[in-house]
Design a protein around this ligand. Sequence first.
Ligand code: MN
Ligand code: MN
Length: 457
Amino acid sequence: MTKKTVWEKTNGEERKKLFAFAEDYRRFLSVSKTERTLTANSIRMAEEAGFVPADSLKGAPKPGDRIYFVNRGKNICLYVIGKKPLTEGMNILGAHIDSPRSDLKQVPLYEKDGLALLDTHYYGGIKKYQWVARPMAMIGVVCLKDGSVIDINIGDHEGDPVVAYSDLLIHLAAEQMKKSGSEVVEGEQLDLLVGSIPAEGEEKEPVKKYILNLLKEKYGMEEDDFLSAEIEIVPAGEARNYGLDSSMIMGYGQDDKICAYASLRAILEMEVPERTSCCILVDKEEIGSVGNTGMQSRFFENTLIRLLDLCGQWSLRQVNEALTNSRMLSSDVSAAFDPLYPSVMDPKNAAFLGRGICFNKYTGARGKSGSSDASAEYVAKIRRVMDDNDVMFQTCEIGKVDAGGGGTIAYILADMNMDVIDAGICVLNMHAPYEISSKADLYEGWKAYTAFLKDMD
Ligand code: MN
Ligand code: MN
C-alpha cells in the first residue's frame, strides 16, 4: 500500500503511452454513449482483433481461439480460449455499459402553448436538477412493424441540432429555490423542448404536426412508431480532456464505460492465456441488473454452456465446475475522494484520483447489506498478482459507514459460486451528466485487468 500516485512512476515513454491510451478511450467514449452503440463499437474492435462470432464456430474451440457472443445488441461476452480446459475455470472481467439518463416514454410527443415537447422517464439514480438547461442528444432505435430498425442519432454530429430540458429563470425562481434538492426539478418536468414551427394549414396541434412531418420525412416513422422505440437522451458532445494539465477526462457515461473500455482492451490484447479469458459487458446495472440483457439474465451461462457443449462437456456438473473454478473482477467505478465534500468519506478507506485501480472488498449499504464480500484468501491472491505485475492499487469503500452506499454486478457472479471482487476506476461527479476520471487510473486499470487475465490462477 502506498500513497504515491501513478504519475510518479510513469515517466518518459510510458507517460506517452498513458496519454495515448486515454485518447483512444476519450474517442471511444464520445461515440459509445448507449449500451447499443457501445456494443456495436465493441464488435467492430473485436473483429479487428481477430474475434469471430460464436455462430461461426465448428467443433471444439482451441487455445488462442477468439470468440464473441452478442445478446440483443445490448450485451456482449468475449472469450479468448486458454490452454487449460474450461472446467478448470476462467478469469472473467465484467463491467456494465448502461449509464444514467432519460428515455423517451412510449407516447412522448405533445404540444402545449405553441411548443412541441417529448416526455421522458429517467433511468437510474440522478440528481434531476443537474440535467436541465444543457445540450442533449437523442440516440437509439425505432423498430417498425415490418421488422426494420431505424437508427436515430441526433445531436452529436457536426451541424446537428440539439434538444434540452428547460429550467426556470432565476428572476422568477424564488419559490422554486426554497424547495429541497430532490424537488427543485421533478421527474415529470424532464420533458424536452423540440419544436416551435406550426405546420401550414393545420388547425389542431400544428407544431406537433410539423415535428411529425419532419420525422416522417427523415426517418419514415409515424407517431405510433414511438411505441416500439428506444431513444435515450444523453448529454450532447464529445468527452473532453480535463484540467489545466489535461490529466483527467470529463465525459458522459464513464460509469461504467471506463471500466468496460479498459476491460475490453485487456481481452482484445490477450494472446494464448493459461486459463480462458472472458469479458462480459452488460446492460441494466443502473436499474438492478434485471431483464434479459442485464447480468441476471441466463445469457452469460448460456454462452459458457455453448462452449462446453462444443468441447463435449455439456453436463451440469461440468458447467458448475467451470463456474466454481472461475475468478472474477467485477469492474465498476468507485467514488473518488472530493476535497470539497470530505465529510462523507473515511480518508483511510477512500479512493483518490491518480492512485491506481480501486479494489472494494465489499460494497452495499447499511451494514454491507446487499454486498458480495470477497474472501480474504481471494484478496491475498489479487494482491500477489497486482504486485507481481507492478500494478498500483488502492482499497476503498463507497463513503464512510452509513453515509450511503451502492452495489454492482459482483453478487450475481458470486451467486454462481466463483470468487469475485469489485475492481474499478474512481470517478468524481458519479451519475452527473459529466463525470471526471484520471487518465492515470484508466491506464493502471487496463494494466490491472491484463495482469488478472494473464496471471490469476
Ligand atoms: Mn456502475
Ligand atoms: Mn452507477
